[in-house]
Design a protein around this ligand. Structure first.
Ligand code: PHE
Length: 334
């Protein structure tokens, strides 16, 4: 009876105290076992009653000690008595967005060639997006069909290309200029697997004395081979941009089929990845750079296009749908 009362009053504030109580009462050498050992000295006519009481006592003691353990276990979590040696629950990390992975890679390649990063605003004025880039007033790219205008301010637009950053760099800095400008651009296009109302570009600009088309070609070849592998070939086709003269579009030998022909290169063996050219002297002059002293080249590419080729993504919409099953596929590319 005494022991029962004692057991019912037991208290413990941590696991060590609970364990000490278990040893004191329930272990082999504990007080309950000592009582059990005495059981054979109980007179036969009292054995039944004493036996029941002993069993009851043992059950109560086990129950009490289990309850004390449970109480300190839950309390441990809240009182700072954490077991810091326990392994952590696995924490699942997110992944970088595929476009960020590829943008970083592009920036990294050009950084190694001495290009530094420049950025500009996505909401731009007409001057930096079009006029300073030698677009005539009636150039179709300014058309409502292409450009998002800010309501009530027809001179303010969502930039439709990162060439606006070229203008911002030139107006604030004299040559030598060697910058790489990644950023988001907007065009008023219906959303489909192949077009979106926003996408991302990387622009490059190099202005110095004696910069030639050969320099441009060599830098782009190096970029293509760093990005898509040493065997990659490039091909330049004459083209037109208001801000470069001469202008070209660059194709690479299809990295997916190795030039054999596949659905990515529409069975031609070549895929277009960027536009480029020598900066038009009119652009240099419009931005305060003496075109009789300096020449330069510029190029611009879509990050989505490079990512599609690199990771064989066929639908542009995947990039902005936040489908974690798609995003998780880039875990190992991080
Ligand atoms: N701005 C052009 C485009 O958006 C790309 C480009 C940049 C072309 C620089 C030539 C030089 O399509």
């Amino acid at each position: 009876q005494e022991l029962l009362e004692e057991v019912e009053k037991l208290k413990a504030s941590n696991l060590e105290e609970v364990e000490a109580l278990r040893i004191k009462y329930l272990s082999k050498k504990g007080s309950l076992n000592a009582l059990m050992a005495d059981f054979r000295n109980v007179p036969a006519e009292m054995k039944k009653e004493v036996g029941m009481k002993l069993n009851d006592l043992k059950a109560k003691a086990q129950e009490k000690i289990a309850a004390l353990k449970e109480a300190v276990d839950t309390q441990d979590c809240g009182t700072g008595e954490l077991d810091l040696t326990r392994t952590a629950y696995p924490v699942s990390l997110g992944t970088r967005h595929p476009l960020t992975i590829v943008k970083n890679e592009i920036v990294d390649i050009f950084s190694r060639l001495g290009f530094t990063l420049a950025e500009g605003p996505e909401i731009e004025d007409d001057w930096h997006v079009y006029s300073s880039m030698n677009f005539a007033d009636d150039h179709p790219a300014r058309d409502m069909q292409d450009t998002f205008f800010v309501e009530a301010r027809p001179d303010i637009v969502l930039r439709s290309h990162t060439s606006s950053v070229q203008a911002r760099v030139m107006e604030s800095q004299q040559p030598p200029i060697r910058v790489i400008c990644p950023g988001r651009v907007y065009r008023n296009e219906a959303i489909s697997a192949r077009a979106h109302c926003f996408f991302h570009q990387v622009e490059g600009l190099y202005i110095d004395k004696n910069v030639s088309f050969t320099d441009l070609k060599q830098v782009l070849l190096l970029f293509a081979q760093e990005m898509f592998g040493k065997d990659t070939k490039i091909r330049l086709r004459p083209s037109y941009f208001p801000f470069t003269e001469p202008s070209a579009e660059m194709d690479i030998s299809c990295n997916i089929c190795g030039g054999e022909g596949c659905s990515f290169c529409k069975h031609t063996g070549w895929v277009e990845i960027l536009g480029c050219g020598m900066v038009d002297p009119a652009v240099l002059e419009a931005n305060g750079i003496d075109s009789s002293v300096y020449t330069g080249y510029a190029f611009g590419m879509g990050i989505e296009r490079i990512t599609n080729l690199k990771y064989q993504v066929k639908d542009l919409r995947m990039f902005s749908e936040n489908d974690t099953r798609f995003l998780e596929e880039f875990k190992s590319a991080n």
